[in-house]
Design a protein around this ligand. Structure first.
Ligand SMILES: O=P(O)(O)OC[C@H]1O[C@](O)(CO)[C@@H](O)[C@@H]1O
Length: 399
């Protein structure tokens, strides 16, 4: 990570700013929605009341003494942040800890009858079961007769724009999933990406997933295509070990998505069968590494994860949150080269992301100027722009 004094870490301490609104408005809205979605008992309601008060007016507190991940959170900076306002610690840290505390409040962490009950499941299920999902899956039939390269491109774009269907994001932008027309990419390194996944490839693709539902389905379809067409011999899908940022995919969500595909008619069902058999023979594996829910940038990843990414032919990192973690959650000058911010990454890496937060790198000066002229700074957070960025160097520049 370059040592740049011009890229301050993002915090939520400026009233009126986007990060501040997430802490002050979005988090209370999420508590409300979760409370509405479940028939919770008095202890859960009281814990949600306390979390609401604490995360908006209070200071960061400790985890329960018996929390199974207490040591991990200590290593991730909890002692340094305890006693500080949620608005004053790094925004990424604050958001991540909010989701961890929400799981405590609803009893997910246990022990008890609510242990393991995903508080976001009703929202994720509704999206998977929506008629729009049927229509999207049916559209796959129209790809069948296209040349492989065109199918690959269509599926890559499906996975990219699937990131717009993020449920947390929709809490404050109801039409974000349907806005038309799809705007141009602000950066497009797809040629580099495809050069890393040539036909007859023998390598391993790692896909670091973002959201469940209508983002995970196209991610899985892309993986199925790459395996079937021999652009990757194996794929590893990284998901979250516990519910996070409302819609982030967990292993349970992968199971739901695979079942959804299996039950679909036409080409979608075929992809579903390909994926199940790839799971059965080990060509597709699912990983839920604890660091996937860490409140830290990937530059701080542990050695075992570093070794996994180093061994991959390509790691594809999906979504806004993963992008923030990949390049560092900082106010980079937008023309900062992407490859400068990913120089620490141990293998070739690509990002597929729609823009939903202020972090951005790798723009040309002309693109930045055109975006600002057209929209002021709205393009950074509106979810209407997207990027495909790739760094093929694989940490080769590290000394
Ligand atoms: O689902 P995605 O693409 O990671 O986007 C989630 C984004 O929404 C937010 O929660 C709020 O903008 C961001 O913190 C996060 O980057």
């Amino acid at each position: 990570m370059p040592d740049t004094p011009f890229a301050p870490v993002i915090r939520g301490d400026e009233p009126g700013s986007f990060p501040h609104s997430v802490l002050a408005e979005r988090h209370p809205a999420i508590i409300r929605q979760v409370r509405d979605a479940f028939p919770f008992g008095p202890a859960q309601h009281a814990a949600l009341d306390e979390l609401l008060r604490n995360c908006t007016e209070g200071t960061v507190g400790p985890l329960p003494a018996d929390a199974p991940d207490r040591d991990r959170w200590h290593a991730w900076g909890l002692p340094d942040h305890t006693g500080r306002s949620w608005y004053d610690v790094p925004w990424l840290w604050s958001e991540s800890y909010f989701y961890r505390r929400l799981l405590d409040a609803v009893g997910y962490v246990g022990p008890g009858a609510w242990q393991g009950i995903d508080p976001f499941r009703p929202f994720k299920r509704a999206e998977l079961d929506a008629p729009e999902t049927d229509a999207e899956l049916a559209a796959l039939d129209g790809l069948r007769d296209l040349p492989e390269e065109e199918r690959a491109r269509a599926l890559l774009h499906g996975s990219l724009w699937g990131n717009r269907a993020d449920l947390g994001f929709r809490l404050s932008a109801a039409d974000a999933g349907t806005r038309q027309p799809v705007p141009a990419l602000v950066a497009d390194d797809s040629e580099t990406l495809w050069s890393l996944l040539p036909p007859a490839g023998t390598g391993t693709l790692v896909l670091v997933a973002d959201n469940a539902g209508r983002e995970l389905l196209p991610d899985l379809l892309l993986i199925a295509h790459l395996l079937t067409e021999g652009r990757a011999a194996r794929a590893v899908l990284h998901v979250k070990p516990y519910p996070y940022y409302v819609s982030d995919a967990t292993t349970a969500d992968v199971v739901d998505a695979l079942n959804r595909l299996r039950a679909a008619p036409g080409a979608a069902g075929g992809y579903g069968r390909v994926l199940r058999s790839a799971m059965a023979d080990g060509r597709l594996t699912v990983r839920a590494h604890p660091f996937s829910c860490a409140p830290l940038p990937y530059a701080d990843m542990p050695d075992d994860l570093r070794a996994e990414f180093a061994a991959a032919t390509l790691t594809v990192v999906k979504g806004d949150l993963n992008y923030r973690r990949l390049v560092g959650d900082r106010f980079w000058p937008p023309t900062t080269p992407f490859r400068e911010t990913t120089a620490y990454f141990p293998g070739p890496v690509a990002a597929l992301r729609t823009l939903k937060s202020e972090v951005i790198t790798g723009l040309s000066a002309a693109t930045e100027a055109a975006l600002v002229a057209a929209e002021g700074q709205r393009w950074r957070t509106s979810g209407t722009h997207a990027l495909i960025q790739a760094d093929p160097s694989g940490g080769a520049r590290r000394g």
